[in-house]
Design a protein around this ligand. Structure first.
Ligand SMILES: Nc1ncnc2c1ncn2[C@@H]1O[C@H](COP(=O)(O)OP(=O)(O)OP(=O)(O)O)[C@@H](O)[C@H]1O
Length: 228
């Protein structure tokens, strides 16, 4: 892994939330590196700051201190517009609840981010179908999210997250609301995709069995990222 390019780097990241009469310091000098093609599990107790770390790494939140580098570029001084563009091109998110658009089909849900980026309808549909086939839900492409099982919805959400070929996938409990068999299946689909495309993934999970199947496991301790 050491010879692979670093696609995500956090250097000395601080993040705090101001409460009514005190400050909640969640990240405190957090350092982290994710390399091309690497899958890393983030396992930490509820409230430790996993989502905060993912949102900061994915440019959804700005750190109070330190720097986030995506593909070697420091993102701290970028305007909101530049950060949005970088996020759209280089980062994919998967959440515990899929957040698919209910009035659109699975195929359309995977097409939309590509069309926002400027791809034609035809090209977006072609890639969306390929990704759904790859996730083994191609035959369900015309169905709306409500007509799909939880595991199928999560596989559509993964296909959507990688539709624009991001460098980094950030997943927040992607299998959190699935039964063990389905979560194993969804995880397999995610890791096959990562292996095939060189995608790097940071996956927050409470599932220790899945965490052990990733390349390494990290946790949060006193606001820092540490190896397990
Ligand atoms: N916008 C916010 N304003 C104030 N406090 C916040 C905000 N977002 C998160 N927090 C607090 O920061 C702490 C870390 O939250 P975070 O969601 O990152 O934890 P987590 O490890 O992802 O937890 P879980 O496993 O329960 O999802 C929690 O105590 C949370 O209540």
């Amino acid at each position: 892994m050491a010879d692979r390019k670093t696609v995500l780097r956090l250097r000395g990241v601080d993040r705090a939330y101001n409460e009514a009469n005190h400050t909640l310091q969640i990240l405190k000098g957090a350092d982290f590196e994710l390399r091309e093609g690497e899958m890393v599990a983030l396992v930490a107790p509820s409230g430790a700051g996993k989502s905060t770390l993912l949102h900061t790494a994915g440019l959804l939140e700005r750190p109070d201190g330190g720097e986030v580098f995506i593909n070697g570029t420091a993102c701290g001084t970028m305007s909101d517009g530049e950060r949005t563009a970088r996020r759209r091109n280089d980062v994919g998110f998967v959440y515990q609840f899929h957040h698919l658009l209910p009035e659109f089909s699975a195929l359309e849900n995977v097409m939309i981010p590509q069309m926002i980026r400027g791809l034609s309808r035809g090209k977006a549909a072609e890639r969306a179908q390929q990704l759904l086939d790859y996730m083994r839900i191609g035959p369900r492409a015309a169905h709306r999210p409500a007509e799909l099982s939880g595991g199928e919805q999560q596989r559509v959400a993964i296909a959507r997250a990688v539709a624009n070929a991001p460098l980094v996938l950030l997943a927040d409990e992607p299998t959190g609301n699935l039964d063990p068999e389905t979560s194993g299946y969804v995880f397999e689909a995610l890791s096959a995709l990562a292996r095939q495309s060189g995608l790097a993934a940071l996956v927050a999970t409470h599932n220790h069995a899945l965490a052990e199947r990733m390349d390494r496991v990290v946790t949060l301790a006193e606001g820092r990222v540490v190896a397990v």
